[in-house]
Design a protein around this ligand. Structure first.
Ligand code: SIN
Ligand code: FE2
Length: 220
């Protein structure tokens, strides 16, 4: 007997499973942000008008190649004093822009699809990559508790996401992330090392030569 559950889906969605397991507690949700991308990007523009892109400096004095900003009740910052969450944007002294409804809803729905119901992020770090930009392997560990997952939304140019294990030396998986893909990691994977390989050249129809990543956290 044939089982033709997928017969009414377009071929590409039938060929690519919507939920790809990465590790225990970690999944890639293919394309789930694609339909919202234009709204998300308009919201990014409004955030950047108030809290502009900047290259933060690591505690060791290196300027990060990824340009960043934040929205939400608190934002991730790095400077000579260390990494932390701060309710104010250090450039303006003002609160970070509110987290738009489009961001909150996508983050909660993606987390729920990955098995983390009730995700209510209070921080969204927004990363901007140009070709050549990379993000070295790190853990997201500046949050106060690790019961909530991380939800990471990819927009624009594709990237190679590096998803490692609990030790920096664990060899990372290389996962291609395209426009609209969302990665969720929590539970036993919450402190997994991860990073982004140097971005390849390209020209995306919505973003040109850029990749934008939204990383949602429950920081406090
Ligand atoms: C991050 O780890 O903050 C960003 C990951 C990404 O850009 O995909
Ligand atoms: Fe991270």
């Amino acid at each position: 007997m044939t089982f033709d559950l997928f017969d009414d889906l377009p071929e590409d969605s039938a060929a690519t499973p919507a939920i790809e397991p990465l590790a225990d507690g970690a999944v890639v949700l293919r394309g789930v942000a694609r339909a919202d991308a234009e709204v998300l990007l308009a919201d990014v523009q409004a955030i950047v008008a108030r809290a502009p892109w900047r290259h933060m400096v690591t505690p060791g004095g290196l300027k990060m190649s990824v340009a960043m900003t934040n929205c939400g009740a608190c934002g991730w910052v790095s400077d000579a004093r260390g990494y932390r969450y701060d309710a104010a944007d250090p450039l303006s002294g003002q609160a970070w822009p509110d987290m738009p409804a489009s961001f909150r809803e996508l983050a909660a729905s993606a987390a729920a699809q990955a098995g983390f119901a009730g995700f209510a992020p209070d921080a969204c770090l927004i990363n901007r990559y140009v070709p050549g930009t990379r993000l070295s392997l790190h853990q997201d560990r500046d949050e106060r508790d690790f019961t909530a997952p991380i939800v990471s939304v990819s927009l624009g140019l594709p990237a190679v996401f590096l998803f490692g294990g609990m030790r920096r030396a664990d060899k990372p998986q290389r996962v291609r992330l395209a426009h609209g893909d969302v990665v969720v990691w929590g539970g036993p994977s919450r402190l997994a090392f991860h990073g982004v390989a140097p971005l390849a050249d390209g020209d995306h129809p919505l973003l040109g030569p850029l990749r934008i990543n939204l990383t949602f956290r429950k920081a406090r």
